[in-house]
Design a protein around this ligand. Structure first.
Ligand code: AMP
Length: 544
């Protein structure tokens, strides 16, 4: 029962958790809907029924066995959305191999860190993506791996082409795969996703089968997904939005997964909806804005859409309203969550009135608890602001090889402290009011000022640097860096932006720079980021 006066709420207990591994859940769906359409990858012109997908998954899982992958080994995947991403996700889960998601926008320094910190022994990589030649980058980096599998049909020497896996897999009897599958338990880790959590350093949120399978399942339940549904997934698979809410949401319901492209493209996404007669669509607010504003939207028949999710950053009320009326997503829901909680912990429901569906992030998901606390850790009264905390099956096992980080994030009673500020009304609906962690969300991608600041410190001219986010209509937030130079050194905006290229992901590159001698400080010497934000907003407004 909810605590009527306190900001504590428990989700429904009516829906039971799935007590199985991801491999078992996948096999169950395959047995239920063998001829149903499982996966459509439009940019690769591939289509699979559940039976066909199962054949591909099992063959590649057997190939991973042939390569000697043990349960608990880490397999990195550094590729944009594609068929092989989906196959790798399910095949690795079937073997108890821990998949390490690597953002395709990552560049050398980030890639190096993630591969080493997670202790990857194998990597699946794309040949190239956008401006980046992955092979060249890896040849230069020379990571300490047992092998690299390339998705390029003819990769340079030293890379194993993906196509070779089919040959390897054919030589391994299916019984070996079945035996491995039978030895696994659903509480074992299956996935590591890097996030900077509430502080600035990348940490590997380690998630079990039970964590993410159930979260995907509950998200799909909330949407009322069935085997008749067809979901367009334009969000990245390296993030939980794609691989959990998307892939696992569909896998647990027999729903068709549709990837419109390797990276997000508004027109290709809308075209996928129209041509595939999709019933559901996911996106972060920036993606929905781009789709709503696309000049060719009117040419496409989007009337098959019924539902979908907007999540990942504050969902503007006006954008939600337009998604309902102009994209025909009458049942669209908002979800709130974070990687460390698999991710979703709050979601609006199909039965909530429109007002609540556009102005709140909904109520506590089934089988979970949420509370809002003050600085002393006491639960605040309803309506009062405080830090949101989540507890239950969805809370990660911990940060990979980082017990101190884990202890800071998850308290002794099992609550994950989100670092987000929120209020809860008397009916349990939550509104996100801001963040007390230093994080910028630009176009749905998280950017951690502290990580960027550390990076700029490695530039020879930079003496000190502070990174802030300012509101932006299109991306939600834009990045501004305030820079102090060493005496006798200077660099201009273009030089600094060029320097970022190839070293850090493009979405982290500050859009604006401001060169200063001092930062605004309090009397006690604390840098006032809110003051810097006010100044930058004002100056950039005047510039327009
Ligand atoms: P990530 O770990 O990448 O999923 O990022 C999680 C963070 O994104 C949360 O801690 C929030 O700050 C933000 N976030 C996610 N969903 C929402 C939402 N619906 N409204 C506001 N902020 C959100």
């Amino acid at each position: 029962m909810d605590q009527p006066n306190q900001s504590y709420s428990r989700g429904s207990q009516d829906k039971t958790l799935l007590a199985m591994t991801i491999g078992q859940a996948f096999d169950r769906t395959v047995a239920q809907f063998p001829e149903g359409e499982a996966l459509v990858v439009r940019h690769q012109q591939r289509r699979y029924t559940w039976r066909q997908l199962a054949n591909a998954v099992d063959l590649h899982a057997r190939a991973f066995l042939a390569l000697g992958m043990q349960a608990g080994d880490r397999l990195g995947i550094w590729a944009p959305n594609c068929t092989e991403w989906c196959i790798s996700q399910i095949a690795s889960a079937k073997l108890g191999v821990i998949l390490v998601n690597i953002n395709p926008a990552y560049r050398s320094s980030e890639l190096d860190y993630v591969l080493k910190q997670s202790g990857c022994s194998w990597l699946v990589c794309a040949g190239s993506f956008k401006s980046s030649d992955y092979h060249a980058l890896l040849q230069e980096l020379k990571p300490d791996l047992r092998g690299i599998i390339s998705l390029d049909p003819s990769p340079p020497e030293g890379f194993m082409p993906w196509s070779q896996l089919a040959v390897l897999g054919a030589g391994v009897p299916p019984e070996q795969l079945h035996a491995r599958q039978a030895s696994l338990h659903f509480d074992q880790p299956v996935n590591i996703q890097y996030t900077s959590g509430t502080t600035g350093f990348p940490k590997g949120a380690t998630l079990s089968h039970h964590n993410i399978l159930n979260n995907g399942y509950m998200v799909g339940e909330s949407l009322g997904l069935t085997a008749q549904d067809r979901l367009v997934i334009p969000v990245p698979l390296y993030h939980c939005f794609g691989m959990v809410m998307g892939n696992l949401g569909c896998i647990t319901h027999g729903t068709t997964m549709i990837y419109p492209n390797d990276g997000f493209d508004p027109l290709l996404t809308l075209t996928a909806v129209a041509e595939e007669r999709a019933t559901g669509l996911y996106g972060v607010p920036t993606m929905f804005i781009a789709m709503l504003d696309h000049p060719r939207r009117g040419e496409l028949d989007l009337a098959t859409l019924r539902t979908g999710i907007m999540a990942g950053a504050t969902c503007p009320i006006e954008v939600m309203r337009r998604v309902i009326s102009e994209l025909h997503m009458g049942e669209v829901q908002i979800a709130y969550g974070m990687t460390e909680t698999s991710p979703v912990s709050l979601q609006t429901g199909a039965n909530d009135d429109v007002e609540r569906r556009v102005t709140t992030v909904g109520r506590t998901q089934p089988q979970l608890e949420n509370k809002i606390i003050d600085a002393d850790g006491n639960t605040v009264a309803r309506g009062e602001i405080g830090e949101l905390c989540t507890r239950g099956y969805s809370v990660m096992l911990g940060y990979w090889n980082n017990p101190d980080g884990t202890r800071e994030a998850i308290d002794e009673a099992g609550w994950m402290h989100t670092g987000d500020l929120a209020t809860m009304d008397e009916h349990g609906y939550v509104c996100i009011a801001g963040r007390n962690k230093d994080m910028i969300i630009r176009g749905g991608e998280n950017v951690y000022p502290r990580e960027l600041e550390e990076f700029f410190f490695t530039h020879p001219a930079v003496a000190d640097v502070q990174v802030i986010g300012i509101p932006d209509e299109r991306y939600g937030e834009e990045i501004v860096a305030w820079v102090k130079f060493h005496p006798g050194h200077v660099a201009n905006e273009l030089e600094l932006q060029t320097w970022c290229k190839g070293r850090i992901a493009h979405f982290k590159t500050p859009r604006h720079f401001k060169f200063v001698d001092e930062f605004p400080m309090t009397v006690t010497g604390k840098i006032q980021k809110f003051r810097m934000r006010e100044i930058s907003i004002e100056e950039l407004r005047n510039d327009r």
